[in-house]
Design a protein around this ligand. Structure first.
Ligand SMILES: [Zn+2]
Length: 312
């Protein structure tokens, strides 16, 4: 998840102003009772993380494009989420359970993380990746007056325009068929896109690990087919959906997190892009995955106005 410290601080100030003595994070942020522990030498943490990820056959190509000291790692006792990423500060706050011996001093070895923990870690690493390109885009425009080529941002901005400005949400998370329309602000729609993509990247890492494990046990497992079946189900069940924190005070009084409706689940175009850019998958595999998603779309159409995604 992406965090918005500014808003939380405002909420905190409001609560303090009301004379409420204990800290409340709206159920959506870290427990304030513990002070964060910042890891020393982020560069070394990064190098170690990448070599461990390589050893586990996890994707690192996209991460190697970031300078080793870009992300600052911290541990906290997070109440509601396993991790947070603060884009402005390039700060990744991980739950203490993801630290070595839960001591909050160093990252737990990746080989000792569960598949769910690695899913969480990669979800946040993806936020860092998008954050990095966002910073680069600003820098280059400031320095030379010309925009540097940033394929991931170009595609993201295009998708933001055609899929994430006018969306359907599910006011009651469990009731996927009861939807309402929302016109998102620039920030809300960017967050909704980032979370949708991070949810997918996390899911893909988890799937990769699960399929690897299964294939180790049984040599007859067809990896591509296994992926396709799992994606078909996750897509059909509406699992691959993003969310955002609403800006409107009235909405925020109701909830801190709005989930996009199944019609605004990740699209085949987005999956194809991320499978290539982030996960470095082969073209044949990507084509197969796109095909199963397209198949689902015949009975479960997608919303949005993106070229090939117009409802047929
Ligand atoms: Zn996220």
């Amino acid at each position: 998840m992406m965090s918005r410290p500014r808003l939380r601080k405002r909420l905190l100030a409001l609560l303090l102003g009301l004379g409420i003595a204990h800290f409340v994070s709206g159920g959506n942020g870290p427990a304030f009772s513990s002070s964060p522990v910042r890891l020393q030498a982020s560069g070394r943490v990064w190098e170690s993380l990448l070599s461990q990820a390589d050893a586990l056959n996890l994707p690192t190509r996209f991460l190697r494009r970031l300078p080793p000291d870009f992300v600052r790692f911290e541990f906290e006792d997070l109440r509601s989420f396993a991790a947070e990423y603060h884009p402005g500060e390039h700060r990744m706050v991980l739950n203490r359970t993801l630290s070595f011996n839960a001591a909050g001093g160093a990252l737990k070895p990746l080989s000792r993380m569960t598949h769910r923990e690695l899913q969480t870690l990669y979800h946040e690493l993806f936020h860092a990746y998008m954050d990095y390109w966002g910073v680069n885009e600003v820098k280059d425009r400031g320095g030379t007056g010309e925009a540097a080529p940033t394929p991931v941002l170009d595609f993201a901005r295009e998708q933001q325009q055609c899929r994430y400005l006018e969306v359907l949400i599910t006011p009651v998370v469990q009731r996927k068929t009861a939807t309402e329309t929302r016109f998102l602000t620039e920030r809300e729609s960017w967050e909704a896109l980032n979370e949708t993509w991070a949810v997918f990247v996390g899911w893909a890492i988890w799937t990769h690990l699960e399929v690897q494990k299964k294939a180790r046990r049984n040599r007859n497992v067809d990896v591509t087919n296994e992926w396709a079946q799992r994606l078909k189900k996750a897509d059909r069940d509406g699992d691959l959906r993003g969310y955002y924190e609403p800006e409107d005070p009235g909405e925020r009084a109701v909830t801190h997190k709005r989930f996009l409706a199944p019609q605004f689940r990740i699209s085949p175009d987005e999956v194809a892009f991320l499978m290539d850019e982030i996960l470095g998958q082969q073209r044949e595999m990507i084509q197969k995955l796109v095909a199963v998603m397209e198949d689902n779309r015949r009975t479960q159409p997608l919303g949005g106005k993106c070229g090939s995604q117009k409802p047929k």
